[in-house]
Write a protein of this length. Sequence first.
Length: 292
Amino acid sequence: MAALTATAPARPRKLLASRKTRVGILYALPIVVYLLVLFVYPIFTTLFLSLKNADGSLTLHWYVEALTGVNLSVLFTTLRISAETALLSLVFGFLLANAISRLKPVWAALAMLIVVVPHFISALVRTYGWIILLGDKGLVNELVPGGPFQLLYNELGVVIGTTSMMLPYTVLLLYGVMRGVDRRLLAAASSMGAGRVTIFRRIYLPLVAPGLASAGLLSFILSLGYYITPALMGGPNQTMIATLINQQVTKENQWNGAAAQGVILLLLTFAGLLLVKLVSSLGASRKKRSNS
């Protein structure tokens, strides 16, 4: 026992004495410094700023303020619009990804290219494109009879804009999941007399359910902190957390309150990422059980 205790501290020294280990640490050092300076330090600085009072003492005043009154209403608005965006992204993303996954590889690659390429265009340009399309004199109101309809500067306009921004992520995720579904299972169920609705409900939907959950959560998380489209296409009643943080910093010079809002948004994002991880692990374990 004593010999084991004596040799235990020697193991890290022996490990560090290895040239391979020293070279690995040397290669990893710039990445570690990069993460510490550009990620860890700003997060802890923001956290400390959110707990700091005007006289330098620690306080929870900014969090109380962020979770009451108008700020709480903004938080609920953010959650609601993000949930609506995630739901619509799932609906349209599912239909689009399902159609593309049934195409031949060449045509599927071309269709995915059409879906992905607009994502590389500036979000600001795409948002102004939607403003032109949905305006009172825009193409939508010119083509649809009974107009003009109020499609901008309300929640409908914000949801349309944010859904278009999140749709490529949803399609990419769902397309990968749907391509991995063994079509022989569907053919076998059909040969045994199962109808299309039964095959979809009992076989296809359970197989793609983890991908649906991950895609929906990802769209929800990205929508939480989205700024450009809600700020340009929404009205005063559609103010979201990112817009509120910008107003507190640029107009009110209230960095402490903005920091508290940022920490709350970060915690919501972490919670969503944990859910994505949980759903992914559950889906992997279910797929492993089905294969075995």
